[in-house]
Design a protein around this ligand. Sequence first.
Ligand code: PRP
Ligand code: URA
Ligand code: MG
Length: 209
Amino acid sequence: MSKVVVMDHPLIQHKLTMLRDINTGSKDFRDLVKEISMLMAYEMTRELPLEDAEIETPLCTMTSKTLAGKKLGIIPILRAGLGMVDGVLQLIPAAKVGHIGLYRDPETLQPVEYYCKLPSDVPERELFVLDPMLATGGSANAAIQFIKDRGGVNIRLVSLIAAPEGVDAVHKAHPDVDIYVAAMDEKLNDHAYIVPGLGDAGDRLFGTK
Ligand SMILES: O=P(O)(O)OC[C@H]1O[C@H](OP(=O)(O)OP(=O)(O)O)[C@H](O)[C@@H]1O
Ligand SMILES: O=c1cc[nH]c(=O)[nH]1
Ligand SMILES: [Mg+2]
């Protein structure tokens, strides 16, 4: 079974509190999503394999560690996942970026696909799916399935806030996928919004409500 890592670093928790606040406007919301994503990128890459490299310092030659052999990919789920891209790229600038367009139908709560463009060598990459909200898990599961259908194998899911229902759903459908979150919230409400949550992440990022 895969694991769930809750990144409760004080900086992440502090910024998440500001993010949740109803009085935080779109500009600050975008900045905070970027900053939290950058901090999460540090932790979610902790287990990436390293290899030895021969280098020369100004004093001598040495064998030192490098990520060089590893190809990375980040895949935001549109729209809200876009807010996480720049923060993650700041730490892993060589990562390729795929996009999966999905929205959750408000009536059926089922994910509806409208776009998918992934790096052609997706099977060889260590992949990080980005979406701030893991609610029912329907969107994340659909995105992970698209990636697997195209050959992706090393997949992790990175969300800012998760509901227990979403974590359970992803574990059940994709037991090989580790999940990284900044907070595990209490529950979903009758409209499948995360409580306490932060509202609609896409609307708050892009000012569409
Ligand atoms: O776990 P789920 O129940 O599937 O819900 C989570 C999804 O809902 C939100 O997207 P939304 O449909 O609002 O699209 P948007 O990002 O374009 O706003 C969110 O960004 C996730 O993708
Ligand atoms: O709480 C939620 C649930 C789904 N999508 C969001 O943006 N927020
Ligand atoms: Mg939305």
